[in-house]
Design a protein around this ligand. Structure first.
Ligand SMILES: [Zn+2]
Length: 414
């Protein structure tokens, strides 16, 4: 036991500890001192002032790392507030992908990141206006200012971990593949990973594949849109598969429009698993059928992936994707970011974005979340914005209550 001259501040006692990335699995106590993990072992000694968190009948994992989120509340179309959702979902590290561009990043840092208990990092949008509006951020090519973006990256390398470009028919309207060429050059110049979003083209998935490199992140990888990475005869798209074999990271980014059971089932059947499972949580997807990251992870459990494979894809692997291996781990000395889950068994229904239904028998339910050894208080979530109205075909999810995920209020009646 480390820190033997001092009692633990906190012991998370009696849980089933699971950190696939660090190779830790077993029924252990977890000792926390000064906000860091200082012991993972059976039956740790309790001091007179040690706070005990009872984790019996729970799975204890590293705090989840969500590789695709939108948490720039109040200044963007999509952003939600991270902290209230962190406290009920186990997500302690939020990678906001592209909500902020060069002009809006200083505000993101000052007004959101500095005030959040959850850890927030960012991929900077190539478009200098970021995601203030729902679409068209590249339609004015003047906003693709790589020199300006590089300056913002260099001034904020503690927080900016990559470059983001949404590439589909709505974002690039009229300018073709040019924004991705600029994003490619920018990512190479600042030596950070590039995350590319796909959906419905133009451009085509082939045009996008030409500009991707190993170490880049393809998000919405199981989309059912016409840029999907499954061919008409059900096989993996050849260029993407070759890139994936060489280290391209396939990231789920479920969202409100980007997760198809059909695509998922076809790729999983060929042994192609996503490298990272992320939520793409935002003003719309939080209403369902995505709901939150534990619900998204539960979908993959019920598609046949193991608990270990699923947890690794929401902890160590996303941390590695953004080159922050010190996050999403229970290794001794790490920040004590933890999540407690019950793995519930029953009859549950889950839906993809087209509201195709699958039944399942297991779901992960978060009960407690700690950042740097301190539990996050459960606080109310802000009302959704007036524009956050689900598309018509998804509205039935609002009546279905707790089928697969949690329910929150929505604006569907507006
Ligand atoms: Zn997104």
């Amino acid at each position: 036991m480390a820190g033997s001259d001092k009692y633990f501040d906190v012991i998370v006692a009696g849980g089933h500890v699971l950190d696939p990335g660090a190779g830790i699995e077993g029924d252990y106590d977890l000792g926390i001192t000064d906000g860091r993990i200082t012991a993972v072992a059976a039956a740790l000694t309790r001091g007179p002032t040690t706070r005990i968190i009872d984790a019996r009948d729970h799975i204890v994992t590293p705090g989840l790392v969500d590789l695709h989120t939108h948490v720039y509340w109040g200044a963007t179309y999509w952003g939600i507030e991270a902290d209230p959702v962190a406290a009920r979902s186990g997500v302690t590290t939020w990678i906001d992908v592209g909500s902020a561009g060069a002009y809006s990043f200083p505000g993101f840092r000052r007004y959101v990141i500095e005030h959040s208990r959850a850890r927030i990092y960012a991929l900077l949008n190539l478009s200098s206006i970021g995601l203030i509006a729902p679409t068209w951020e590249f339609a004015n090519i003047d906003y693709c200012d790589a020199d300006l973006a590089a300056k913002i990256v260099d001034a904020n390398r503690d927080i900016i971990l990559g470059i983001k470009a949404r590439i589909d028919g709505k974002t690039t309207r009229g300018v073709g593949i040019r924004p991705l060429e600029i994003a490619r050059a920018l990512a190479d110049r600042v030596e950070l990973p590039l995350m590319v979003h796909i959906g419905n083209g133009p451009p085509t998935i082939e045009e996008v594949a030409r500009l991707l490199r190993p170490g880049d992140i393809l998000t919405h990888c199981f989309t059912g849109g016409d840029m999907r990475i499954v061919t008409a005869d059900g096989r993996a798209q050849a260029e993407i598969k070759a890139l994936h074999d060489r280290g391209l990271i396939l990231d789920i980014g479920h969202g409100a429009g980007s997760f198809s059971y059909e695509t998922a089932e076809r790729l999983l059947a060929q042994g192609i698993m996503p490298d990272v499972i992320s939520s793409d949580i935002h003003q719309l997807s939080i209403q369902g059928p995505m709901f939150d990251l534990p619900t998204t992870l539960s979908k993959f459990l019920n598609l046949g992936m193991s608990l270990r494979d699923v947890i690794e894809r929401a902890t160590a692997r996303p941390a590695r994707a953004v080159r922050r291996p010190e996050l999403g781990t229970l290794r001794l000395g790490s920040q004590a970011d933890l999540a407690l889950f019950r793995l519930e068994e029953g009859e549950y229904a889950f839906h993809d974005v087209e509201m195709r239904r699958r039944s399942g028998t297991r779901r992960l339910v978060n009960t407690l979340t700690l950042v740097a050894g301190e539990p996050l208080a459960k606080t109310p979530e802000r009302p959704l914005h007036v524009w956050a109205v689900l598309p018509e075909h998804q509205r039935p999810i609002l009546e279905r209550g707790k089928e697969g995920g949690s329910t929150i209020h929505s604006n569907a009646d507006l």
